[in-house]
Design a protein around this ligand. Structure first.
Ligand code: PSZ
Length: 506
């Protein structure tokens, strides 16, 4: 199987299913070494990035002018040539090709134009799934029950037997909150007791007891979406929230660890205790004021808020607190779910006593939604409902994604590339202590902090000019969110370019 790389020969090699058309030529690694582990998982990927113009280039700028006349475009970075983008590489309209470690805000599991996903549309049955978008809550297709079972439940977190499909991360969280409130009231009211007349009429004018003042506890620095309910649990940036009314719901501190973790064990354990005590205090306080805490929502790694991790013990204790106070334990895996941490679900790293009550997903899963325990499913229809309730076309894509994850052992790829990336980041922070610190994360879900926001923004921008599309998170961190097909050779390119940019930093 393994081949020697040498003599400038560039044959096409078949590694089982993988046809290596491109011969890896990076001087540093093409010296009589086995190249089996540097064959790309996606046929036709370039050897590396190539940058021809400054980014955004002239065509991107022209398109930006065009769009700015009709939309707010302050967040647009560049315009993409989706036809020419492939695997880990995003091509822009100016002919630049960038190694993408940001992947559409962490939502591309298999990179661009993965042949297995394109092939799905050769099947006319699948094309019809896209053309005929159903109102799934009313008119599901004949294949829907089996598809939900065989695709979505096949990868469900252990112990969660029910699933609701939705469109995006925000609407998944938003609707899961409703499931929690409905469940909480059912447990207060008693299983088979019907709504009172007072409840029925008061809810129509947003008053108690029909609209009860229940709450969801969330954490400082959290991001759970931008729709109105979800936004009340989002606390990452003021610009997301300002001018928009919010629920008065409890907020507790999320651990802020000192790095490197091995050197600050006892301080970080004390930090866990401080935050957990705050959670209990907030729950007690809100319960006392009649704003009972029905659920606690938490990200396994706070993503938008700055890639803040907490220990498995923190999550174990948090779940125990939820049990103690009768609150639902809701893990938001919208960004962490689908494999980037090296496991399908990040909370699998935590060795919890029992499954969470609810786990939401979107992004890499292509389809939004949430898994839950049966008791969270409302007894009456239409209580959690909307027109589309998800999209069979996206479930089809997920089916393709999951079969490639299995076939190509992508969770192992993530673990291997993640180890290489994180070790590389450790080296860089040692080499540039005045610029970088706190390399952290799981799998390829990684981040590193910069010594200022200005430096972070500058590094992300200059990385782009060197052919690396990365992104920021929190106040001063750079985040790395490659696709699951990101391999060790891609990690080397990223680390080489990052080192160059750091060397050129004054
Ligand atoms: O600025 C934004 O609106 C962004 S940038 C990244 C996200 C949102 N992430 C979305 C997200 C998430 O990371 C977690 C943990 N929970 C919920 C959401 C909301 O998902 P969407 O954006 O699909 O509504």
């Amino acid at each position: 199987m393994a081949q020697l790389c040498g003599g400038g020969v560039t044959p096409a090699i078949n590694f089982g299913r993988l046809c290596l058309k491109q011969w890896w030529k990076s001087g540093s690694i093409c010296q009589n070494i086995y190249i089996r582990n540097v064959s790309s998982l996606v046929v036709g990927e370039p050897d590396g990035p190539s940058v021809k113009t400054s980014i955004p280039g002239p065509k991107s700028k022209q398109l930006l002018d065009e769009l700015s006349a009709i939309q707010q475009t302050g967040s647009v970075q560049l315009f993409v040539d989706y036809d020419r983008s492939i695997g880990n590489y995003i091509a822009d309209v100016d002919g630049n090709v960038l190694l993408d470690v940001y992947t559409q805000i962490s939502s591309l599991p298999l990179g661009y134009n993965h042949p297995d996903l394109l092939k799905l549309l050769d099947n006319p049955f699948n094309v019809k799934a896209i053309v005929n978008r159903p109102a799934l809550g009313v008119f599901p297709g004949s294949d829907w029950p089996k598809k939900v079972k065989n695709i979505l439940l096949d990868v469900a977190p252990k112990g969660l037997s029910h699933v609701t499909t939705m469109m995006c991360g925000s609407c998944s969280n938003e609707n899961a909150f409703k499931n929690i409130f409905i469940w909480y009231r059912k447990t207060q009211r008693g299983e088979n007791i019907d709504f009172t007349e007072d409840e029925r009429s008061s809810c129509m004018i947003n008053q108690s007891p029909g609209s009860p003042p229940l709450s969801i506890l969330s954490f400082k620095g959290a991001f759970h979406g931008r729709t109105l309910g979800a936004l009340s649990t989002t606390h990452s940036k003021y610009i997301h929230k300002i001018d928009v009314p919010a629920f008065d719901w409890p907020i507790a501190s999320f651990p802020e660890y000192k790095y490197p973790l091995e050197e600050h064990k006892s301080e970080n354990e004390a930090e866990d205790r401080r935050c957990l005590a705050e959670v209990e205090d907030r729950i007690t306080e809100y319960n006392k004021h009649g704003k009972n805490v029905a659920g606690v929502i938490v990200e396994p790694i706070q993503a938008e808020g700055g890639d803040n991790a907490a220990s498995p013990e923190f999550f174990q204790q948090l779940q125990r607190i939820c049990k103690k106070y009768g609150c639902a334990f809701f893990v938001d895996e919208v960004q962490t779910g689908g494999g980037p941490t090296g496991k399908m679900w990040c909370h699998e790293h935590f060795n919890l006593d029992s499954p969470p009550d609810i786990v939401s997903f979107s992004k890499k899963m292509q389809l939004g939604g949430y898994y839950m325990k049966e008791e969270f499913s409302p007894s009456q229809p239409y209580r959690v409902f909307n027109t589309w309730m998800g999209d069979p076309g996206k479930l089809l894509l997920l089916q393709g994604v999951l079969s490639v994850i299995k076939r190509d052992s992508l969770l192992s790829v993530v673990q291997k590339s993640g180890e290489k990336l994180l070790n590389g980041l450790y080296d860089l922070q040692k080499e540039f202590p005045a610029l970088l610190f706190a390399a952290r994360g799981r799998g390829t879900f990684l981040a590193i902090s910069c010594t200022s926001t200005k430096l972070r923004d500058d590094l992300v921008n200059r990385l782009k000019q060197k052919g690396i599309q990365s992104g920021g998170c929190g106040e001063y961190s750079i985040r790395i969110r490659p696709a699951l097909i990101f391999q060790t050779q891609h990690a080397e390119i990223f680390l080489d370019q990052f080192r160059q940019v750091l060397r050129e930093t004054k």
